[in-house]
Design a protein around this ligand. Structure first.
Ligand SMILES: Cc1cc2nc3c(=O)[nH]c(=O)nc-3n(C[C@H](O)[C@H](O)[C@H](O)COP(=O)(O)OP(=O)(O)OC[C@H]3O[C@@H](n4cnc5c(N)ncnc54)[C@H](O)[C@@H]3O)c2cc1C
Length: 415
């Protein structure tokens, strides 16, 4: 098959070579049947980091070349310009598989939507296509040692310097910074206004002089996230995303997309319900009424979370922002991950604590238990999601914020 019949990526300049929905669906089914990687199984536990990133790049390149990446995104930036129904067909074909190489979750799931919404034409032309092709990895440079849940307290400063900016400060928990080409950075550009108003977003070239990246080891043993130090890093004016002082709006948009990505994306738990069901059968525990009850509870919760994630994905594909609703999906995904990991641990028993090193899945259950709590922290903790839901979805009174109107430079901060 070739050309439009394949549902493949159209050449630039060709007016209408878009595939029919049926052809697109068949292309997606065939691709996932042949190349699809099971969801959640590509986490770094099984590979050394370089091999992990290389595998994710290859997977993403495969999706791109088959005409299955950036489905609803504009064609002039490398997307396919197709409707939400094509995105739904893709999600259906991809069910149970990764929808993009997981190292690209931050770029494609979080950075690209922000660049598409707020970036300049030049930024979209420069950055979206290489991301879709699996060529360039992105990270999120938001959290700092003194600014996590209270992100608006961030202190990394960007000072105007001639045509550009000079950035100094420290970020932390920056996932995949060590593999990244670029990152979306939040920095304070005005300390004389209240904290939410003085923040600006930039594209940071991770290979710039003055950036130092130090990997941190997680409870799982992986080194996915990092400390990132900025020492007088020069950022050119064209790397500004939106206007100076509009960084909070950009950050909020990115966090909504992060919650939507975490609700249904490939960085959900490595221990899947299917794997636990198989474990229960292998251990002959399928008639144990307590195990059956816990499995049924996890199944119902997982199904609810999946349907919710699909709803948000459809909303995004139709051109809407994920909205505060995404917090429900993110809360649910974290809860299901903990539920399923705990069930696996109980069924595996001692084998989850001291496993046979020759068994390929030997460490999976321990890994799942150690990994699951992170889903209730990354992208904003469960407590923060509940506050968002209370205030913005249920319309409950806002939490008191005594420092809300104080200029940032007058706030009391730890040294
Ligand atoms: C796996 C993983 C990957 C991550 N990747 C990235 C990344 O790529 N880029 C990035 O920028 N960040 C990343 N993070 C950081 C993440 O966003 C922060 O850890 C998170 O926002 C919480 O911030 P904190 O760790 O500073 O905790 P804190 O804000 O210090 O919170 C500590 C505790 O206090 C509670 N708390 C704080 N404020 C309130 C409140 N107002 N109401 C109720 N409870 C409250 C919290 O719920 C939590 O239990 C990652 C984190 C994890 C776990």
């Amino acid at each position: 098959m070739s050309g439009s019949d394949t549902g493949g990526r159209p050449e630039e300049g060709i007016v209408d070579d878009r595939p029919s929905l049926a052809v697109f669906g068949r292309t997606a089914d065939a691709w996932f049947a042949e190349h699809g990687r099971p969801a959640n199984m590509s986490l770094s536990r099984s590979l050394d980091p370089a091999a992990h990133v290389a595998a994710a790049r290859k997977y993403q390149r495969g999706l791109h070349d088959a005409g299955l990446a950036g489905i609803t995104w504009p064609r002039q930036y490398g997307g396919l310009g197709l409707g939400a129904e094509f995105q739904r067909a893709f999600e259906q074909a991809a069910r149970g598989h990764e929808t993009f190489g997981d190292v690209f979750t931050i770029g494609l799931g979080m950075c690209a939507p922000v660049l598409l919404a707020l970036g300049t034409d030049q930024q979209k032309r420069r950055y979206i296509r290489p991301m879709l092709r699996g060529d360039e990895v992105w990270c999120q440079l938001f959290s700092e040692p003194g600014a996590g849940s209270d992100l608006a307290s961030l202190a990394t400063a960007a000072v105007a310097d001639g045509d550009g900016w000079v950035v100094s400060g420290q970020k932390v928990w920056t996932t995949y910074a060590q593999h990244s080409d670029f990152g979306l950075l939040l920095a304070r550009t005005d300390a004389s206004v209240r904290k939410h108003l003085g923040i600006t977003m930039f594209v940071a070239d991770m290979r710039s002089a003055g950036i130092t990246i130090r990997p941190l080891r997680q409870a799982t043993g992986d080194q996915e996230f990092n400390e990132v130090f900025f020492d007088d890093v020069a950022i050119p004016a064209q790397n500004l995303v939106g206007a100076p002082g509009n960084g909070w709006r950009a950050a909020t948009l990115m966090l909504m997309n992060e919650r939507a990505a975490l609700a249904g994306g490939p960085i959900s738990s490595p221990v899947t319900l299917a794997a636990v069901t198989e474990l229960i059968r292998n251990r002959g525990r399928q008639d144990d009424p307590v195990i059956r009850m816990r499995l049924a509870q996890a199944y119902v919760a997982q199904r609810g979370a999946d349907l919710f994630a699909e709803r948000i994905a459809a909303q995004v594909a139709a051109g809407d922002e994920p909205g505060s609703f995404a917090s429900i999906g993110k809360l649910a995904a974290g809860r299901v991950a903990r539920q399923v990991a705990a069930l696996a641990l109980d069924v595996a028993g001692l084998d989850a604590i001291a496993w046979d090193p020759t068994e390929p899945d030997g460490s999976l259950w321990a890994y799942g238990e150690l990994y699951a709590p992170s889903l209730s922290i990354a992208g904003g903790t469960d407590n923060i999601q509940r506050t968002i839901l209370g205030e913005r979805v249920l319309g409950l009174p806002r939490e008191p914020q005594p420092d809300r109107d104080t200029p940032f430079r007058e706030l009391r901060r730890s040294p």
